[in-house]
Write a protein that binds this ligand. Structure first.
Ligand SMILES: Nc1ncnc2c1ncn2[C@@H]1O[C@H](COP(=O)(O)OP(=O)(O)O)[C@@H](O)[C@H]1O
Ligand SMILES: [Mg+2]
Length: 159
């Protein structure tokens, strides 16, 4: 089920006036125990800040070293303090076979934090997201945000 047609249990509108606000939100979310088993979808046009947000979140979780955009690999995997993190970017996914070959179903079935950019490109293959972030660029650094919770876990993260 794609986020656009998923039930919305709760939602919140906010804004990131600058990149520091994105970092601050990521840092807050990183403190949430429910994050350890969450699936979060990131929506927004190219350059909206999806990868930037994931980088900030991973940094806040303690991930050191390079955090690559998964645009070419489709998925980048991390392990931090016993937490498995999968960062997907389905922008270039053209063939559903790529999905099966990369063992993505297994990654989604395993416990851990999952983050996905361009989930609409893999619609039908993805589970229901706990939380969806819709990032809309306003100007240089300004972003408006709509955050939707689709599950009870998502509602916890929204609070
Ligand atoms: N408020 C903000 N939140 C996130 N990124 C921002 C913000 N303001 C400016 N940026 C910049 O916008 C760009 C977003 O790029 P990126 O995260 O790769 O976008 P996407 O993954 O959505 O295509 C980065 O260069 C980042 O530094
Ligand atoms: Mg990106």
């Amino acid at each position: 089920m794609s986020a656009r047609h998923a039930p919305i249990l709760g939602s919140r509108l906010c804004s990131w006036p600058d990149e520091a606000a994105c970092t601050a939100y990521a840092a807050t979310l990183a403190l949430h125990p429910a994050l350890r088993n969450a699936y979060i979808e990131l929506h927004g046009p190219l350059g909206a800040g999806k990868t930037t947000f994931v980088r900030q979140l991973l940094r806040a979780l303690g991930v050191a070293g390079r955090i690559k955009s998964p645009t070419y690999a489709v998925v980048e995997l991390y392990e931090q303090d016993g937490l498995a993190i999968s960062h997907f970017d389905f922008y270039r996914l053209t063939d559903k076979r790529e999905w099966a070959d990369a063992g993505m179903r297994d990654l989604f079935a395993a416990p851990g934090l999952k983050l996905a950019e361009w989930p609409e490109r893999a619609a039908g293959a993805l589970p229901l997201a706990d939380l969806s972030l819709f990032i809309e660029p306003l100007d240089n650094e300004g972003r408006s945000l709509r955050i939707e919770a689709h599950t009870a876990l998502g509602l916890e993260l929204l609070a």
